[in-house]
Design a protein around this ligand. Structure first.
Ligand SMILES: Cc1ncc(COP(=O)(O)O)c(C=O)c1O
Length: 407
């Protein structure tokens, strides 16, 4: 999901909470600050880290903060290697290419995801095969995988990889996916853009598969404003990814390139921000979990409204809490979104399935209607770690009021 674009950017405080400045005679001064979906939780520490990197002399996409960030990230996400990248999309693209996906290959992925997943596959020159999702969690529907791959192969397609997606921060069911992918001889490159800090059955989201990509976009749980990383335990893949990410340049006294490459590295300045954000990850996780618990209490008392994933938070960093609204309530996600917006609250509809998007509908897909249903019923609520208890109650009150009014 892209970072939300606030109509009037709030000034971040040390805790990241939006501040309003009182100006005599200005009606906007008395209006409560707009509550955003998932703003970056940044303040003085991040500003200091960025300033330190700027004055250190390392103002390029290389330097001690890049290597320090990569080392700390790999350790925290339980991988041997991390390659810091300019975005999660770049990391996923890099991961696919470094894992051996070639132009003309077919790569299986979810239709219920953000466009970046498929854009990365297309950037690698491969063709996506879109699979529908588990109606309860939004995770890839693994019941469809075997038949879809075998059918495509019978038709002559070279299906080589699968990209599962950690939907709204919840780690894919790797205990089922990995053996199945092994049987089907598929390389797993996981889209863990949203799941930094999540663990399912003791395994980090970013530790699933041959490689995984995480995002540090402005709306993610940990942000460098823009950025991402490729994670892997494979030494060869990591070396190749580093090489490709820096224009595939070999050491020489002239510009020597042994194959076409990309410019996918993260800058030293943003890596410095990433290091302090990473040190705060547990704090971010705790706040998002608290918000999930409060929303759960409220939703449990609202007929026709439930949480995506139900009561099962296994492997979920609670990045975005999403409600599913039954048509029997008399309201819709769109109507709720507009109603919350009028109260100064930003919400976001769940992804419109990619097999319906003008950009992707010509690609192969196997659909059951589950992603359509999640799109028809889903609404993501403000979930950021800057959300203070008072603002959370503003969201709760506005949601309850909007649902009750519709009956
Ligand atoms: C599921 C998913 N995949 C990939 C991406 C791409 O990450 P980025 O925005 O850092 O390129 C995002 C985030 O925007 C995402 O939500």
């Amino acid at each position: 999901m892209p970072a939300p674009v606030p109509s009037a950017p709030p000034a971040p405080s040390a805790t990241g909470a939006a501040a309003t400045t009182s100006t005599v005679g200005d009606p906007a001064a008395t209006r409560p600050a707009r509550i955003l979906l998932s703003p970056a939780d940044v303040g003085a520490v991040e500003a200091e880290a960025a300033a330190g990197a700027v004055t250190s002399g390392w103002f390029a996409p290389a330097g001690p903060d890049v290597s320090g960030f990569e080392h700390e990230l790999a350790e925290r996400l339980c991988r041997r290697h991390a390659v810091a990248c300019s975005s999660g999309t770049a990391a996923l693209h890099l991961g696919l290419v470094a894992a051996g996906v070639r132009p003309g290959d077919v790569v299986v992925t979810a239709t219920f995801t953000f466009a970046a997943t498929v854009n990365a596959i297309l950037l690698a020159g491969a063709e996506p095969l879109l699979l529908d999702c588990d109606p309860r969690t939004g995770d890839l529907d693994l019941g469809l995988l075997g038949d879809a791959v075998r059918r495509a192969r019978r038709g002559g397609a070279r299906v080589t990889a699968v990209v599962p997606v950690d939907v709204y921060g919840r780690v894919t069911a790797h205990e089922r996916l990995l053996p199945l992918a092994g049987e089907l001889d598929l390389v797993v490159v996981s889209d863990a853009a949203e799941s930094v800090g999540s663990r399912r059955l003791g395994v980090d989201g970013a530790a699933v598969g041959r490689a995984s990509a995480v995002s540090f976009n402005g709306n993610k749980i940990l942000s460098t404003s823009g950025g991402g990383a490729l994670l892997t335990d494979d030494d060869h893949l990591a070396d190749r990814a580093r090489h490709l990410a820096a224009q595939a340049r070999r050491p020489a006294d002239h510009y020597l390139h042994d194959e076409p490459g990309f410019n996918h590295r993260l800058s030293n300045v943003l890596s410095a921000v990433g290091r302090v954000q990473l040190a705060r990850l547990d704090e971010f996780l705790a706040r998002r979990r608290e918000t999930r618990e409060r929303y759960r209490e409220v939703v449990d008392g609202l007929d026709g409204v439930e949480l995506l994933g139900g009561h099962d938070d296994e492997g979920d960093n609670c990045w975005l809490t999403t409600v599913l609204v039954d048509p029997g309530t008399g309201t819709t996600p769109s109507a709720l979104l507009r109603s919350l917006d009028r109260s100064g609250i930003e919400a976001r509809r769940t992804w419109a399935p990619l097999h319906r998007q003008p950009a992707f509908r010509r690609h192969r897909s196997v659909v059951t209607g589950a992603a359509d249903d999640l799109f028809a019923r889903g609404l993501c609520l403000p979930s950021g770690s800057t959300l203070c208890p008072d603002d959370r109650e503003r969201v709760v009150d506005a949601l309850v009021e909007a649902v009750r009014r519709a009956r």
